[in-house]
Design a protein around this ligand. Structure first.
Ligand SMILES: Cc1cc2nc3c(=O)[nH]c(=O)nc-3n(C[C@H](O)[C@H](O)[C@H](O)COP(=O)(O)OP(=O)(O)OC[C@H]3O[C@@H](n4cnc5c(N)ncnc54)[C@H](O)[C@@H]3O)c2cc1C
Length: 469
């Protein structure tokens, strides 16, 4: 029988598998996806948020524990477990050496609309390179990996994990099981249960393989759930993006530099409320609440070169009426919206790197920073749709990643990554914390699994000794 069964094939699963294997356990990892799509949402990531008390290789200044914690408290509105959160924060200050040992490489942060050089360490080659490095390391260490191994059911004896069943019908027993199978964001039917018919117009930014099958199995088996099924991280992405796996390149970062209108040509929210990295995560939800779940980011020539260009070029036109026609927007309404907006812009000193004094006056909604008239051709427009990054519903765990049933921990069922991230992140988002949580609790799960295996084999030896004599 295998010692440690890891269900999932992304960052959290790999961290758990590597640590358990390093400790000497036999490890089998089950990845739903075929090899070319392995790695879940982790392949789409770019960085992890790291605590540090002084400048480090790719990180500038300092980002102390209490500031990190205060940032988390703010975005979650207090819906977080401080004990678990501080474990993840502290781990982020020391995990990078271990990551490097398994092939991770880091680079300085990118410039542009993100202001992350102080807080986030970027992966050289992105999450895809990180995940590939971890897979190579896992293979070298002797972790057994099976692809297209979708797990559909779990067997329990009370709270004790007994076996997992694959879609093929195969049954696999293990001493310990680590669930690291992500959220349920790729399951449109489940999203529709939470959001109703608008979910049919959502696009999924990451893998199609996070269908929430294991999450459902855990909840059905009586595991304590945590997080609101309706909460999801959603950003505004290019409406021309594919249904799955559009990734980071389909995000539209021009919002704070212009205006956003809905299907009917009306503005609906303050585009300059705060720095873009602190606001992009609310725009998916905002667009989701508009008719037909569409929006349009409209900018003029002054914005070009000030944001990361998305993979699809914007519609380009020499006049606003022409742009309206190209985007399928009501021409008169768009022109009136722009006229009112332009008239409301107060003169100020434009500076996209600070919360500047370019504001509107006398219109609703206001634009509170970076408000400049849209008057310089050519004009550009990007169609927007809600892009779901991940869901928040998960299972309750303790500081050893043990899944809880009716308030008590399972002796051998652990969970790491997005499937338990709701313990730390009840709502909101802090860029880079998904990988911090997965790396910290993935590694804890690996160590805990090895510890349980050690205990179990001790017990087996004891039983053998008793039997012998
Ligand atoms: C476009 C995008 C950009 C992002 N950028 C960042 C970033 O820069 N920094 C950051 O911190 N976070 C980022 N995130 C969030 C981040 O991706 C997640 O927090 C993190 O990857 C979660 O890791 P995980 O291992 O829990 O899940 P995943 O990496 O999603 O892995 C889940 C795995 O489980 C497998 N699986 C699912 N169901 C089953 C089953 N039934 N049987 C077997 N296997 C199964 C999947 O195939 C997959 O391999 C981003 C997300 C997206 C979509």
């Amino acid at each position: 029988m295998i010692d440690v069964l890891v269900i999932g094939g992304g960052n959290a699963a790999l961290c758990a598998a590597l640590v358990a294997r390093e400790a000497g356990a036999s490890v089998l990892m089950l990845e739903s996806a075929p090899p070319e799509w392995r790695g879940g949402n982790s392949v789409h990531t770019r960085n992890l948020r790291c605590m540090h008390d002084a400048p480090q290789d790719v990180l500038t200044e300092a980002y102390p524990e209490d500031e990190y914690w205060a940032d988390l408290l703010k975005v979650t509105g207090g819906i977080t477990d401080e004990h678990l959160a501080r474990i993840a924060i502290r781990d982020s200050s020391q995990c990078r050496d271990w990551m490097r040992k398994h092939g991770a490489r880091f680079q300085s942060s990118l410039s542009g609309t993100l202001h992350l050089s102080r807080t986030n360490a970027f992966f050289l080659g992105g999450g895809k390179a990180l995940v590939n490095a971890y897979y190579r390391s896992a293979e070298r260490l002797g972790v057994q990996i099976r692809y297209e191994a979708k797990t559909t059911a779990l067997e329990f004896d009370g709270k004790r994990f007994v076996a997992a069943r694959l879609e093929s019908g195969e049954r696999i027993e293990a001493t310990v099981c680590v669930i690291a199978s992500g959220g349920f964001e790729s399951n449109i039917d489940w999203l529709r249960e939470a959001w109703g018919p608008p979910a049919d117009n959502f696009l999924i930014r990451g893998t199609r393989y996070n269908q929430g099958v294991m999450l459902r199995a855990l909840i059905d088996a009586g595991a304590d759930a945590i997080g609101d099924p309706k909460q999801c991280h959603a950003v505004a992405i290019d409406a021309r993006a594919p249904l799955y796996d559009g990734g980071i390149s389909t995000r539209v970062d021009s919002v704070s530099l212009g205006i956003v209108v809905n299907r009917d040509g009306h503005r609906f929210y303050d585009e300059g409320e705060d720095f873009w990295p602190k606001r992009y995560a609310i725009w998916g939800r905002l667009v989701a609440q508009e008719p037909d779940q569409v929006g349009f980011s409209i900018i003029d020539a002054k914005a070009i070169g000030r944001f990361m260009p998305p993979v699809f070029p914007g519609e380009r036109a020499d006049s606003l009426p022409q742009l309206a026609r190209q985007l399928g927007l009501p021409e008169d309404t768009l022109l009136e919206t722009v006229r009112q907006f332009n008239a409301a812009c107060r003169p100020g000193h434009f500076d996209h790197a600070v919360l500047d004094d370019c504001v509107t006056e006398g219109i609703t909604p206001p634009k509170t920073h970076w408000a400049r008239p849209i008057d310089t051709p050519p004009f550009y427009g990007y169609p927007l749709r809600p892009g779901i990054t991940f869901t928040y519903l998960g299972v309750k765990v303790d500081d050893r990643t043990r899944v809880h049933f009716g308030g008590a921990p399972s002796p051998n069922l652990l969970a790491a990554g997005e499937v338990m991230a709701g313990n730390v992140l009840g709502k909101g988002y802090l860029a880079g914390i998904g990988m911090t949580i997965g790396t910290a609790f993935g590694r804890i799960a690996g160590a805990e699994a090895a510890r349980i295996v050690g205990l179990s084999s001790d017990q087996v030896q004891e039983k053998n000794r008793a039997a012998i004599g």
